[in-house]
Design a protein. Structure first.
Length: 349
């Protein structure tokens, strides 16, 4: 059986959807499994033992109608038996429909129902520690008679990459014999970024509790925001932050994260990647993100998260920018500082 799985964009989603491959290989060990993604997500699926081939939808095919048509015909030539479309948007449904596969599966949408053989209604409530992010993807396998199983996404880092990361840290005057914590300092946008002064307060608390070294995760254009967090910190904390240490290459960032004792900070792709590397996480959820969708595999020790909805301090969360900022302002560090301290004491030795 030859299967194409589609999850084109968003690195966190691409990573999460890899659980489909593990479940398929367990049920159909001789199947050939291909993954259609954008090029920027290659690094999180590289070396995955359950994926046989990556199909890259590049910029040329995305921006040119002629090139996209050529891409569609290249998909058709693969002669897939099954297409599992975890993305489920019109352009991915078009790819699945044009593939010629007899079995095409995606989430329910009116347009998808007309073109795919199987459309799945997402469950509304989570029923496992895996959360709906995993549960919904496992639902896509029901037409293939694969039952739900808690499977965690995995990122595979080689020994060579680990050794290179160690050498790079040492060259940057970071002591790899002492605990290193990766700080998810800045979210993907303002509405997903915890108040900078509040985050600094948390960093001060961490550094008062443990002798640690802090690395900041942020994108190059977010450097000024990261510096603002740094400037909010006290002098003791500043000495422990390597503010200029930055890895633009994602595989290098993943290898460095693998060497950290924890990742702490804003929810996002870095959190999901840390979990896939088996690195403990303490996650600060934005008021706009439903915690129950993405707090995967929480156990109260190595994976823990907090959300304003955990506390009875605001009646309603909206997606309006000003109200979200107001919600963040009420989400003060003292509410969960004890939980952060417990997390640190459990995971940082």
């Amino acid at each position: 059986m030859k299967v194409l799985v589609i999850q084109k964009k968003r690195i966190g989603d691409v990573l999460t959807s890899t659980i489909i491959f593990e479940a398929l290989k367990e049920k159909f060990p001789n199947s050939e499994l291909h993954y259609l993604i954008y090029a920027n997500a290659i690094d999180v699926v590289k070396n995955n033992p359950f994926i046989d081939k990556l199909i890259i939808l590049d910029d040329k095919a995305r921006k040119s109608k002629i090139e996209f048509i050529k891409f569609l015909f290249s998909i058709r030539k693969e002669k897939y038996d099954v297409v599992i479309d975890a993305y489920g948007k019109p352009n991915s449904v078009l790819i699945g429909c044009f593939s010629g596969a007899k079995k095409t599966i995606t989430f329910y949408k009116n347009y998808a129902k007309l073109l795919y053989s199987d459309t799945i209604y997402r469950t509304e409530k989570s029923f496992s520690s895996a959360t709906r992010a995993i549960e919904h993807r496992m639902q896509l396998l029901e037409p293939l008679e694969i039952r739900f199983k808690e499977i965690a996404p995995k990122i595979v880092i080689t020994e060579k990459e680990i050794e290179a990361a160690k050498a790079d840290l040492v060259n940057s005057k970071i002591d790899i014999s002492k605990p290193i914590i990766m700080i998810s300092a800045v979210g993907s946008n303002d509405l997903k970024t915890y108040r900078l002064d509040y985050l600094a307060e948390l960093l001060n608390e961490i550094c008062s509790q443990k002798e640690v070294q802090l690395l900041f995760n942020y994108l190059p254009y977010q450097k000024e925001i990261a510096l603002e967090i740094y400037n909010h910190c006290n002098e003791n904390t500043k000495k422990k932050i390597f503010i200029d240490y930055y890895k633009e290459n994602l595989r290098e960032f993943l290898a460095v994260t693998k060497l950290c004792q924890a990742l702490i900070g804003n929810e996002g792709g870095a959190t999901n990647m840390a979990k896939a590397l088996s690195v403990p996480t303490f996650t600060l959820f934005s008021p706009t993100v439903p915690k129950e969708d993405w707090n995967m595999f929480e156990n109260g020790t190595t994976n823990f998260s907090v959300h304003i909805n955990d506390y009875e301090i605001i009646k309603k969360i909206t997606f309006e920018e000003e109200e979200t900022k107001l919600s963040y302002s009420k989400f003060k560090p003292h509410l969960f500082k004890d939980k952060l301290i417990n997390f640190i004491n459990y995971n940082i030795k």
